[in-house]
Design a protein around this ligand. Structure first.
Ligand code: NAD
Length: 369
């Protein structure tokens, strides 16, 4: 059976790492029809929107997409294509496993944790009011008339909505994920000591949901203490469930525990669609130079193959990545630099992708033989 998958290569390093990912997935022999759809800044120039309806139609039709990173202008310009996709399909659960691999160049060994990030609410809801706008003025008036304090008149305002329903479904997802994947503990991460209403609601909902899962341990931790705990002893953690913004920040921290952004995969899951993508962004500083590490996108493809019921192919990709990193003679500059302090002897994105694809092919023929 052939699978239908939307491929959004993205921009920056996206096209390079997408090509490497595709070569690796094709080496597994799994039949995939790739529906390639462009999105991002270049598409904005050509079609007047960075996320045309044809991209959404394709994802709606295939139900499964894998995407490279897409650049978001900072401070002004169009809103994030990545956030828009997650919202369009209500991809409420962002799952980011962080697992050590020999040769990953990290300071840590044996890290094995999973971030489950709420993907639709919080400060990422995109409800923002520019400084001096009517909207900002009206919120200031509402706050003052409610006796809830004063906001400086020259302020811009971003809202942080967190709902019971949104918190409940992400915490349930984290517990169900723990059960399905043989994990033992869920930690809810919050700042409810300061944001008593929003983070307090998230925390209380998590405590209530935890009662339905007596077989899985539960604890709750303040986000700043969580960051210190992760750096001091990452093995204290198993599955972490976080509101959107903390989830974003802690994901990058955890990527740093297992070799860096070049190695950290992810999935955005909803009831009807799933979009797989690396944790990292478009890395404009190294784009087009054959320097990017495509592993995060390759491992995101392994998560996608699991999702498509192709678990053996997914396992072969993970084994091929592990053996290529462990051999250490064909790794990209980011890994080489962490291992030796210099990029000397590193290979490029294409050569690394080809090495992993060839390891996948070798594992497939060993299995047949
Ligand atoms: P980034 O993740 O692109 O880069 C941070 C650092 O990590 C850079 O030094 C970069 O060179 C390095 N890096 C990232 N991926 C790498 C890889 N695969 N191999 C080797 N090195 C890698 O973060 P940024 O610079 O803050 O963001 C750049 C752009 O990406 C921004 O426009 C941002 O909005 C966007 N972004 C997109 C996504 C997404 O598409 N899901 C996620 C995060 C950021």
């Amino acid at each position: 059976m052939r699978h239908q998958v939307t491929l959004i290569p993205g921009d920056g390093i996206g096209p390079e790492i997408s090509a490497a990912m595709r070569e690796v997935v094709e080496a597994t022999g799994v039949g995939i029809d790739w529906h390639v759809q462009q999105a991002g800044a270049k598409v904005m120039d050509e079609e007047g929107t960075p996320l045309p309806e044809r991209v959404l139609d394709s994802v709606r039709e295939t139900g499964t997409a894998i995407k490279g990173p897409v650049t978001t202008p900072v401070g002004s310009g169009f809103r994030s294509v990545n956030v828009a996709l997650r919202r369009a399909f209500d991809l409420y659960a962002c799952v980011r496993p962080c697992t050590s691999m020999p040769g990953d160049g990290s300071r840590y060994e044996d890290v094995d944790l999973v971030i489950v990030r709420e993907n639709t609410e919080d400060l990422y809801a995109g409800i923002e009011f520019e400084q001096g706008s009517d909207g900002a003025r009206s919120i200031m008036e509402t706050v003052a008339s409610a006796g809830a304090g004063t906001i400086k008149p020259d302020s811009a305002i971003s809202l942080k909505p967190i709902s019971v329903s949104g918190s409940e479904r992400i915490v349930r997802y984290a517990f169900d994920y723990a059960r399905a994947n043989g994990r033992h503990k869920v930690t809810a991460v919050h700042k409810a000591n300061i944001m008593k209403c929003t983070d307090g609601l998230f925390l209380h909902t998590a405590q209530r949901v935890a009662e339905d899962y007596p077989d899985i341990a539960f604890d709750a931790k303040i986000v700043d203490a969580t960051c210190m705990g992760l750096v001091q002893n990452p093995n204290d953690f198993d599955v972490l469930v976080l509101p959107n913004l903390y989830g974003d920040i802690v994901s990058d921290l955890c990527a740093g525990l297992v070799g860096g952004l070049g190695l950290a995969p992810g999935a955005n899951i909803g009831a009807n669609q799933a979009i797989f993508e690396a944790t990292h962004g478009s890395a404009p500083d190294i784009a087009g130079k054959d320097l990017a590490n495509p592993t995060a996108m390759i491992l995101s493809a392994a998560m996608m193959l699991d999702h498509l019921g192709e678990g053996q192919a997914a396992a072969r990709i993970r084994a091929a990545v592990r053996s290529t990193l462990q051999a250490g003679d064909q790794v990209t500059a980011d890994i080489r630099r962490q291992l030796t302090g210099s990029a000397d002897g590193a290979v490029g994105t294409r050569a690394y992708g080809a090495a992993v694809a060839s390891a996948v092919g070798a594992l497939a023929s060993a299995r047949r033989g």
